[in-house]
Design a protein around this ligand. Structure first.
Ligand SMILES: [Fe+2]
Length: 179
């Protein structure tokens, strides 16, 4: 999967909150990194998780409780599919469900969707909250190094270098891929 600059431009320009806030670009990037590590761990294709990282909170209207933002993020992804990114029907269905239900306090047997949620939930340290391992896949929880590093990154509000590239994008540079 290659996230194109014009896709990031569309997401960033539509984002209504502070891009540097708790649900902004640094969080997206940490989820993106967590997702890469987790999908490698599970030996699955990372396309859906990568797209989840940039869509799942993209339509938030509040840093606090915002019950419908997952659904709005899923619908936003639907509106950009085919224009800014391509995904098979099967994988898009996974992306849509992962975004729509990501705030529900549940686990799921589908490893792609659960990997999306794990990548997001491992960043809860940014709130200073303890990690609830009951909602993380057992196969992820078993890897304490991954859990601890991801949680610490959130706790320290780590700013992944990729955010510099993401936020430098230009809407006119439609063919350039940067990650
Ligand atoms: Fe999130």
């Amino acid at each position: 999967m290659t996230i194109q600059k014009d896709l990031m431009q569309a997401i960033i320009s539509s984002f209504k909150l502070d891009l540097d806030g708790l649900h902004g670009i640094n969080h997206w990037a940490r989820v993106y990194i967590n997702g890469k590590i987790i999908t490698d761990l599970h030996g699955i294709n990372g396309e859906v998780v990568e797209l989840f990282s940039i869509f799942h909170d993209s339509m938030r209207l509040s840093e606090s409780i915002d019950k419908c933002h997952g659904y709005r993020g899923a619908e936003f992804a639907k509106s950009l599919r085919g224009k800014y990114f391509e995904l098979s029907d099967r994988d898009f269905d996974l992306l849509y469900k992962a975004c729509k239900f990501h705030t529900y306090p549940i686990k799921i047997d589908n490893i792609v969707i659960q990997s999306c949620w794990d990548a997001d939930r491992l960043d809860l340290g940014r709130y200073g909250l303890p990690l609830n391992k009951n909602f993380i896949a057992p196969s992820t929880v078993e890897n304490l190094k991954i859990i601890n590093e991801a949680y610490t990154n959130g706790l320290n509000h780590y700013e992944p270098p990729i955010t510099k590239i993401w936020s430098r994008r230009k809407a006119t540079q439609k063919t350039s891929a940067f990650y």
